[in-house]
Design a protein around this ligand. Sequence first.
Ligand SMILES: Cc1cc2nc3c(=O)[nH]c(=O)nc-3n(C[C@H](O)[C@H](O)[C@H](O)COP(=O)(O)OP(=O)(O)OC[C@H]3O[C@@H](n4cnc5c(N)ncnc54)[C@H](O)[C@@H]3O)c2cc1C
Length: 494
Amino acid sequence: MTMTITMDGDEGTATGGRINRRSLMRFGAAAAGAIALASCAKENPNREARDGKDKGPYDVAVVGAGYAGITAARELAAKGWRVVVLEARPRIGGRTFTSTFLGRQIELGGSSVHWVQPHVFAEMQRYGFGFEEVPLRDLDKAYVMTADGKVHDVAPERFDIGYNDAFDKFCADAKTLFPQPFAPFSNAEVAKLDIISAAERMAKLDLDPIQRASLNAELVLYAGSSTNTFSYMSYVKMFAAAAWDPYTFTDSEKHWHIARGGTAALAKAILDDSKADVRLGTVVKQVETTAGGVTLRTADGQSIEAKAAIFTLPTQVYPDIEFKPGLSAEKQAFIKNGDLCDGATMYMRIKQNLGNTFTFCDDPNPLSAIQTEESDPEIGTILKATLGRQSLIDINDQDAVNAELRKIHPGVEITDIAPYNWVKDPFSKQAWPAYRAGWFRKYKDMAKPEGRLFFAGSGTADGWHAYIDGAVESGIRACRELTAMLEKETNKNG
Ligand SMILES: Cc1cc2nc3c(=O)[nH]c(=O)nc-3n(C[C@H](O)[C@H](O)[C@H](O)COP(=O)(O)OP(=O)(O)OC[C@H]3O[C@@H](n4cnc5c(N)ncnc54)[C@H](O)[C@@H]3O)c2cc1C
């Protein structure tokens, strides 16, 4: 059965995920939609208390209640500014999305966090969230599907050693290039080398076919495209942020989730801590900057005034908002060219118990990485697949996904799937940020303030830009910039 993932928890109105007609006929409409949105309530719990009290005028309007937006709102409110958060979806969290699948908590967007990610770890510490382990180490089986579709059953120890070796080779110069990963251009060579794609770098390495396929699958996953367009430097920077170490990097990306309610619960804790007025289901359509402030107009006819605004949108969504005056030429160029990501994710339940498995499928095989989340004789196996290029397969088509999986595990039967296609969601239109070769060096163009408008979002972060950590980092930075502007203005006006 294909589970419906909706934006608001209702059945059958999904944007990112969708009911497959055949599975509806087979299992009946009532059976679909079993996913409940664990903690992504339709109403922010604070909204009622805040609405009516705080009708503005506001000091700051924050557009977007993903991790960048909620962090910015919390920080701004802590400084005493009057803040309104305008969020298009009926839930907070943005590209993080805690849900349930067959009664289990799942993360359909950003999921893995780690103590080497300083900003998100600090938030977990602040609100008392620990880590929940996901199976990754002590594999029973490891598989690598090469580009030609051939599947190799690789002994787990050999898989680990080979993969880490490939990784080390790919990122060999990381310490020299990124002595300070959060100041990525402290070595001037980085900007010069940014024209090199991940594929060009790989072509220079001495790797065996399994190593090459594993590394390429990993890179396609990050790129959200084929590796010949993906910025090699941008990937090495994140590796450097994980203490220049392949074990730590893998641990940071695939091994630990947020315990006790997941990303949704942490997001709620951050937003609850703000004094912001939160308006969910509010799609900003137009922004007009005047000498004294900003007017934001929404799809449902609201007009919100503030002294300044922070935008935290995924790059691909900016063209859906009319900016008056328009955004800078640099931003427009980045929006058109800079970000790649065609990614998606899905959970599946397999009847058979496959044990603790990990599989890399090299491009153009669509299921880039497949990881066991749970397995036992009763449940069978719950797998999570992350796709770098969702356009290679219809993730709502259970039969098509099953056919891909049978190439690795002959005869397996998928009984349920829960796909979420971030590219088809109108409020993300992409998955995680991923820079095109030659455009990593320009990511700061997306962060530059323009008059009364300020910009955050994980793609504008210096450190873990493809991560929740980057979103939090960017929210803190944008708050600092905006506060400096407002304080200057307040002092000037007495
Ligand atoms: C499938 C997937 C897997 C990932 N895996 C990981 C992982 O394991 N670990 C990790 O750390 N990160 C991961 N990431 C990345 C991470 O989730 C993101 O980088 C981060 O959540 C982005 O946060 P943000 O606040 O910058 O943007 P978003 O979360 O996208 O927030 C932007 C907000 O703006 C809203 N919005 C859009 N348009 C409008 C409008 N017109 N008006 C008002 N609001 C609007 C959106 O609804 C959204 O809530 C993953 C992402 C995806 C999609």
